[in-house]
Design a protein around this ligand. Structure first.
Ligand code: GDP
Ligand code: MG
Length: 440
């Protein structure tokens, strides 16, 4: 996610936190590089200049607060200022009954509605969807599919009339907690789209109008957010496709200066690739400080116990845990998104490795299910004859079973080695994180 930006910024932070000594010159160099990184990520030049100037003033012209070294002071200032750049935390969606989605073609509206529906369900709410996009022929079916996938009802108007669809949807779904309306997009915010959205707004009287903006717009996102806001009174923005672009930082910074705040981000095509946008957490992840809070929250959503997440972090696990964790991981959005939330791990594992890993997991599960309880708890017991039996029982080859054992060993070693390396830094990071107001 936001890979290049995160990699570069966490590299910078590494330089700051691990360099032997740090003086004025080192801070200046780091800030020069930081400016380059932000510009590459399409953050507006004016915003970038102001940000760098503020950090310089605070770190080079003012003394660090008592008890803080220059290093810590610089890190904290960078963190604070990035949080300001990337926006305030928005209020969530509590109690919103009617949500209208708006945005241009292909921005990710329909996909995001599916994600939001799932998100609401996880909070114990019952969402329903109404298709208002009759402009693109397959659009209602796309929404219908998503509804099926998460078990939410979808209303489609037989006459393909968006206004009728909106009225019918309102009548039909009075018993649902939240009704989400999927409007049509266009290539640009032209008069036709403007008229349609206005008219729909009058019928629906939404509590919330969410604008979906793809992250690859970069700083142009600002103009789009302002235009939509003027027209339909956007109450929140969702920045989609954060996973696929180097411009994500630019898009977030650009929207943060508009009236409409970013409420959620979309980080992939899958239905769970969706997060509440919290600039503090986001920045700590960008800087490679890890995001234990989000990790534990996701673990809660996926119904795995915090102890299990801790075990995973520390590399203590049996094959039974391995299997449960594989299942939980896929619920939490896959191995790669989890790795990025662990302090000191962000970006250290190649993406291809993650992908093969994820596809193998399914196979592994079947194999583990053919093992005895004892074997799962103490994998070292598994000798050649047991391998034979397990292979037979699971309908896989012996080579498959060996591969699983191999992978398990590797994963364990990998986590341990990272645990050690990151562990040394972890104490330091925890201290700093505490100063930033994180709870552990
Ligand atoms: N990688 C990625 N793709 C996304 C994301 N959100 C949407 N998409 C893709 O963007 C394309 C357009 O999405 P769609 O929901 O149909 O856009 P709409 O025209 O605004 O309704 C689809 O191929 C989606 O799978 C995201 O967060 N990440
Ligand atoms: Mg759509």
């Amino acid at each position: 996610m936001f890979d290049s930006l995160s990699k570069e910024l966490s590299g910078l932070i590494n330089r700051l936190t691990t360099g032997t000594s740090i003086d004025r010159k080192a801070v200046e160099d780091i800030l020069t590089d930081m400016k380059k990184i932000l510009l590459q990520s399409d953050v507006d030049i004016e915003l970038t200049d102001e940000l760098i100037a503020r950090i310089k003033k605070k770190t080079l012209d003012e003394r660090p607060p008592a008890g803080m070294t220059l290093r810590e002071h610089v890190l904290k200032t960078i963190y604070d200022e990035l949080v300001v750049l990337l926006g305030d935390q928005a209020v969530g969606l509590i109690g919103k009954k009617r949500i209208m989605f708006v945005g241009l073609f292909g921005s990710g509206k329909t996909t995001t509605i599916g994600k939001l529906g799932r998100y609401l369900q996880k909070q114990g709410l019952k969402p329903a969807f109404v298709a208002l996009d009759y402009h693109r022929p397959a659009a209602p079916q796309q929404l219908e599919q998503l509804g099926k996938q998460i078990g939410a009802p979808v209303h489609i108007n037989a006459g393909k009339n968006p206004y009728d669809a909106a009225k019918e949807g309102l009548q039909k779904f009075t018993k649902y907690d939240t009704v989400i309306f999927d409007t049509a997009g266009r290539n640009a915010l032209d008069k036709e789209l403007a008229d349609e959205l206005k008219k729909l707004g009058e019928i629906i009287k939404p509590d919330e109008v969410l604008l979906v903006i793809p992250a690859d717009l970069g700083k142009v996102a600002r103009v789009q957010a302002e235009e939509f806001h003027k027209l339909v009174g956007v109450t929140g923005v969702i920045v989609s496709k954060m996973d696929g672009t180097a411009k994500a930082g630019g898009a977030l910074a650009a929207t943060s200066v508009t009236k409409a705040k970013v409420k959620f981000i979309g980080v992939g095509e899958k239905i769970d690739a969706f997060e509440l946008y919290d600039p503090k957490r986001f920045v700590s992840r960008l800087l490679g400080l890890g995001d234990l809070e989000t990790l534990l929250e996701k673990a809660k959503e996926a119904e795995i116990k915090p102890e299990a997440a801790e075990k995973l972090l520390e590399g203590r696990f049996t094959l039974q845990d391995f299997m449960e964790q594989m299942e939980a991981m896929s619920k939490m959005g896959g191995l790669s998104s989890i790795m990025k939330m662990i302090p000191g791990l962000g970006g250290k594992i190649p993406e291809e490795m993650m992908e093969t890993q994820e596809s193998r997991m399914k196979n592994f599960k079947v194999i583990i299910q053919s093992m005895t309880k004892q074997e799962r708890e103490t994998p070292s017991l598994i000798n050649a004859s047991r391998i034979k039996r397990i292979a037979k029982g699971s309908g896989r080859t012996e080579a498959d079973v060996r591969e699983l054992l191999n992978q398990y060993d590797k994963a364990k070693k990998l986590m341990k080695s990272f645990g050690g390396a990151a562990g040394m830094q972890r104490g330091q990071l925890k201290n700093l994180a505490k100063q930033f107001g994180f709870k552990f």
